[in-house]
Design a binder for this molecule. Structure first.
Ligand code: SF4
Length: 235
């Protein structure tokens, strides 16, 4: 492990971004996984519409990197089947399922309809809290977020601070064409719902097809006035 002085997470993220933010995604991930955060780095993946891009890059460089998957209990069946197909195809050896706390579900979502009444609370129980617990052993995590996806993501850094963690967004600068080209060139399977008009795929009750001309994530929580599940807010 390289010797890096302990500083604030913000300063460390800014330094890593300045020094390594121009690396190609595979190089960046390899550098972080083997030199800066050995055994302290994980990928968080939804196995959604474009997730296979980041999963494939990780599989090439660090196939045993922990891949954290939130088993919310609300996924499309297609997503769960696709997850199994992708894991096998890419040879990922360390996919970890994260579950909500049964007691929290029993207390706050006994009928499974909390997503209708209070989607923020539902995401907190089914996504944010399980991920926060799971990230405790790690110093850094990887996402597949990109700048073009939403207005709020337009200035997404390659390396950023996320509370006590470093967060890597290795393909932040990629366009949708870049992603599509990568998937085609590597002959990777797409999530089956992409062909049915879903460019962004999360939990089934909170995912709709966006209307023509809307951004790719417009179908997420489209009736709730919500744009993010909360896992990307500082922990
Ligand atoms: S995306 Fe919807 S169903 Fe999934 S955790 Fe959030 S509110 Fe609940």
């Amino acid at each position: 492990m390289l010797d890096i002085p302990q500083r604030s997470v913000e300063a460390r993220a800014a330094d890593l971004d300045a020094r390594y933010g121009d690396l190609a995604p595979a190089e960046l991930i390899g550098t972080m996984a083997y030199h800066f955060f050995p055994d302290r780095l994980a990928l968080v993946s939804s196995f959604g519409a474009d997730s296979i891009t980041m999963l494939s890059i990780v599989a090439e460089v660090v196939p045993d990197l922990p891949v954290l998957f939130l088993q919310t209990g609300k996924h499309f069946d297609e997503t769960l089947r696709y997850r199994d197909e992708v894991v096998k195809r890419l040879g990922l050896t360390n996919v970890v399922d994260l579950y909500p706390e049964p007691l929290a579900l029993a207390q706050d979502d006994p009928d499974g309809m909390l997503h209708k009444r209070d989607p923020d609370a539902c995401c907190a129980i089914r996504k944010v809290h399980p991920l926060n617990r799971a990230l405790k052993p790690y110093d850094a995590w990887i996402t597949g977020r990109r700048r073009h996806q939403t207005f709020a993501r337009r200035q997404l850094p390659i390396v950023e601070a996320d509370g006590t963690h470093i967060k890597l967004n290795p393909i932040a600068t990629w366009s949708q064409d870049d992603v599509d080209q990568y998937i085609d060139e590597h002959d990777l399977p797409r999530h089956p719902l992409v062909a049915e008009g879903y460019p962004s795929i999360g939990c089934a009750p909170c995912t709709a097809r966006p209307a023509a001309g809307e951004d790719a994530r417009a179908g997420r929580w489209s009736e709730a006035g919500k744009t993010e599940c909360g896992i990307h807010w500082m922990r």
